[in-house]
Write a protein that binds this ligand. Structure first.
Ligand SMILES: Nc1ncnc2c1ncn2[C@@H]1O[C@H](COP(=O)(O)OP(=O)(O)OP(=O)(O)O)[C@@H](O)[C@H]1O
Length: 469
């Protein structure tokens, strides 16, 4: 392994390898060696004999490492610092200009203090600039998206839950140059109650980690993501995450009055669903891209082996020539050749992210920009199996169940055949009425350090030996 060492006057040394920066204590000192991944190095600077390195460390936030080199080593220090900065910002422009949208009432109401105490110091240490808007009313973020000054910022920080990103996208759709607005990368900082986007970009371990999310905003690369049009009663809106009806919508929107229970309200909702054992009749038409579970799992396996350059946009994003919204291609198409399902099912879920919550990886073969929305239609199960169905659901085990019909669709239509129920689009309540969805490949942009959703122990990648219902 190549090591680039800067010897300090104190006897300690700063050692940069291809993967990390470590601080080696002087010989004979028992202080433990500090090891920081290069991704976490925010800034390095040499002035005369002084050297400063700023980094982001879990639980501590922005930290500064300082030292002095002997007079004769000033040029070495300059060279070492330049090398460290190059390695730390590999492929990414330093000093991004952010627009932060902070929802002061998001989740437990801590977004403003999280932003001030953790996020801002890290941005300052990385010498990023940041204009901040505190949302003042429902749909304020939509207005921000619609009026976005595209040239003034490199990325948007959404300091809240998933609702603010939904509003931003629906605002961007009303921008003077919608497609250009959608090219503005978004990076979530998980300060809401539903932080699904962050969970998908950062994984289960780091999904709620504010330091990791802020580093993702500084070091992540622009990843194109599909955005769906949802057309209902002639009105078009945009969904980047999910569309849901039946049991899973009931246990979210139908338990809002129990917010005091925190995430336990979802457990309560699921148990209530087992007791009532209700089914929901839908008529669903699917313009299929795929429905072979083995093929979809294989396609994901292949995707995960691609190099970052194939997965990301260049830091500046491609030139967008046509700045208008993509047209609706399938809204008027005759669906007589589409796949039809007319059945009373437990729930219907459409999604563009793998995790829908910490406990459920509903769409384990989902890809950010394959031009398809994943559909999971859970058929009615006996009560006992409803309980076991949630075993390892956070690792995507549901995927291989025969009762879980799974499609990739470029478009679909759904008509509820009963009168009352909940329709959740990205967690927002929509009228419980017929709607049409179609996918716009790569329309949106998120910042990511991986180029794909970060699923952990994804069981969809290993086909089971025996069939499960
Ligand atoms: N100052 C404000 N007053 C009232 N509502 C606001 C304000 N700022 C933002 N909102 C609304 O807060 C809602 C919740 O935002 P978001 O989903 O990001 O956070 P959350 O805590 O995850 O939300 P949820 O309550 O949906 O779980 C959005 O609908 C947004 O319009």
């Amino acid at each position: 392994m190549i090591e680039n060492t800067l010897q300090l006057e104190s006897g300690a040394a700063l050692v940069c390898t291809e993967a990390s920066l470590s601080v080696r204590p002087p010989p004979g000192k028992s202080k433990p060696k500090l090891n920081i991944p290069l991704k976490r190095v925010l800034w390095a600077y040499a002035n005369g004999t002084s050297v400063e390195v700023h980094a982001a460390v879990d639980k501590r936030g922005a930290v500064k490492i300082e030292g002095k080199v002997p007079d004769a080593k000033q040029a070495d220090a300059q060279e070492w610092v330049a090398g460290l900065m190059e390695a730390a910002y590999d492929g990414v422009k330093p000093q991004r200009r952010f627009l932060a949208i902070v929802n002061p009432i998001g989740g437990p109401g801590k977004a403003a203090s999280i932003f001030k105490k953790i996020v801002e110091p890290i941005l300052r240490a990385a010498r990023c600039s940041c204009d901040t808007i505190f949302t003042e009313y429902y749909l304020h973020a939509k207005k921000v998206g619609a009026e976005l000054d595209i040239d003034a910022f490199d990325a948007i920080l959404s300091v809240s839950g998933d609702g603010i990103v939904h509003e931003l996208y629906n605002g961007m759709a009303e921008h003077k140059y919608p497609r250009k607005a959608f090219r503005m990368p978004i990076a979530p900082i998980p300060a809401g109650s539903g932080n699904g986007l962050s969970l998908n970009l950062l994984g289960l371990k780091d999904g709620q980690n504010i330091v990791a999310a802020t580093v993702n905003a500084i070091k992540g690369r622009p990843m194109p993501v599909d955005v769906c049009s949802v057309v209902q009663g002639g009105k078009r809106s945009f969904s980047y995450m999910s569309q849901c009806l039946g049991l899973m919508a009931d246990l979210d929107l139908g338990t809002e009055h129990l917010r005091i229970l925190g995430s336990n309200r979802f457990v309560y909702g699921y148990v209530r669903g087992i007791v009532t054992h209700k089914t929901y009749p839908f008529s669903i038409s699917i313009r299929e891209k795929d429905s072979d579970k083995h093929k979809m799992a294989n396609d994901l396996r292949e995707q995960l082996t691609k190099s970052p350059d194939e997965l990301f946009l260049s830091d500046l994003g491609p030139e967008v020539e046509d700045s208008s919204l993509p047209a609706l291609l399938y809204a008027d198409e005759d669906d007589s050749e589409w796949t039809k399902i007319e059945e009373a099912v437990s729930y219907f879920y459409g999604g563009k992210c793998a995790y829908v919550s910490r406990d459920l990886m509903q769409f384990p073969v989902c890809m950010p920009n394959d031009g398809a929305v994943d559909l999971a239609i859970q058929r009615k199960l006996p009560r006992g199996e409803m309980v076991t169905a949630m075993d390892s659901a956070e690792h995507g085990r549901l995927y291989w169940r025969e009762s879980n019909l799974y499609y990739k669709a470029v478009a679909y239509r759904l008509k509820p055949l009963n009168k009352q129920g909940y329709l959740s689009i990205d967690g927002e309540k929509f009228p419980f009425k017929e709607f049409h969805v179609e996918v716009h490949q790569g329309l949106g942009t998120m910042l990511s350090c991986y180029g794909h959703y970060r699923t952990e122990r994804n069981e969809a990648l290993t086909a089971p030996k025996s069939k499960s219902k």
